[in-house]
Design a binder for this molecule. Structure first.
Ligand code: ASP
Length: 330
């Protein structure tokens, strides 16, 4: 007769087998032929949300003249960083609950080098500081006061980033002061950008003022390599937007790239990463998360929890806004 302990062990193994599907089991590994890029597909640049359109324009100027993907993404995301009407990135971003604009950003190049800043205040272009961290220090990430000090040493200028518009919104929020992130509220969240240059090399950037009215000191997914952004020039790249805590708990963009490494196309990989959130995190319906990915063949994929996430794709001389497919349909 099977003992009770053995029965429990046997049935939980069956149950576990049912829940934890080996996602790599039925996918083949990438071969060299799989990653052949058609010349007309590159250069290309892709980025999150409506503000991706003007950001792509700036990146395209670099790419179409033979510039590299790292310069392209850095130039591209600086457009929403400087735009006071984009209230989720850089200058003009919504403040935290104490009224401070605190910024997170990271950048990653074709060689797997990366730089990041988190909880940075008073600097309009955190992405440029992140690049300096990558190129001028032995580190990957600088945070808070240290990041600010480094930026000033590098010649960046200290500015007030809280616009009247953002201050007014914060004062209205303070009346009830409830932290309730709104899904797709402004349709202009974090900018995450991925580019492939003429040489076929991939780079990415991600920059944000983070969740509006967050706790002072909160850092989201966007500056975390493997959460907000991940690049592997042999495979592809991915960026995330939406509620950073869900992305951090599942190390979303690293997962997307690993899924592509194991044979999924970008669309399948983004879908699987959203499914990971849905199966692991009970409160997923309360939040939005969107993933965007490209592979070495310049194919594109995106997937999100709730409908409403979109992205801008500049390829074949056209810059187009595209709606992402979603897990929930309404
Ligand atoms: N992912 C960002 C964060 O959680 C915000 C966003 O993309 O909306 O900080």
């Amino acid at each position: 007769m099977i003992s009770r302990r053995k029965f429990i062990a046997a049935s939980s193994a069956v149950a576990l087998g049912a829940i934890v599907k080996p996602v790599f089991a039925n996918v083949k590994s990438l071969t060299k032929e799989d990653s052949q890029v058609k010349k007309e597909m590159i250069p290309m640049v892709i980025s999150t949300w409506n503000h991706g359109i003007p950001a792509n324009e700036a990146a395209w100027k670099v790419l179409e003249t033979g510039g590299n993907s790292l310069d392209a993404v850095e130039q591209g995301v600086q457009i929403p960083e400087a735009d006071p009407n984009v209230m989720s990135v850089g200058y003009g971003g919504f403040p935290d609950r104490d009224g401070h604009v605190t910024l997170d950003a990271c950048i990653m190049n074709k060689d797997g080098d990366c730089g990041s800043v988190s909880f940075l205040q008073h600097i309009k272009h955190p992405i440029a500081v992140a690049r300096k961290v990558m190129e001028e220090t032995p580190h990957v990430m600088l945070s808070g006061e240290g990041a600010l000090q480094f930026a000033l040493e590098q010649g960046f200028v200290k500015e007030n980033l809280l616009t009247d518009q953002a201050k007014k919104a914060w004062e209205e929020w303070k009346v009830n002061s409830k932290y309730l992130p709104k899904i797709n509220a402004e349709n202009h969240d974090t900018i995450g950008m991925l580019a492939i240059d003429e040489a076929g090399d991939i780079a990415g950037a991600c920059t944000t003022s983070g969740a509006a009215y967050k706790y002072h000191g909160r850092v989201g997914d966007s500056p975390i390599i493997g959460a907000g952004l991940y690049i592997d020039n042999e495979v592809g790249g991915a960026v995330a937007t939406g509620q950073g805590e869900l992305v951090m708990k599942t190390l979303g963009t690293f997962l997307v790239v690993e899924l592509m490494r194991n044979g999924m196309n970008p669309q399948e990989a983004c879908k699987e990463a959203v499914k990971r959130i849905v199966t692991k995190l009970k409160n997923y319906k309360e939040f939005q998360v969107g993933y965007l990915a490209i592979n070495k063949s310049a194919e594109v994929g995106s997937y999100c929890i709730h409908p409403g996430f979109n992205y801008a794709l500049y390829q074949n001389d056209k810059n187009t806004l595209i709606d992402s497919d979603s897990y929930l349909k309404s």
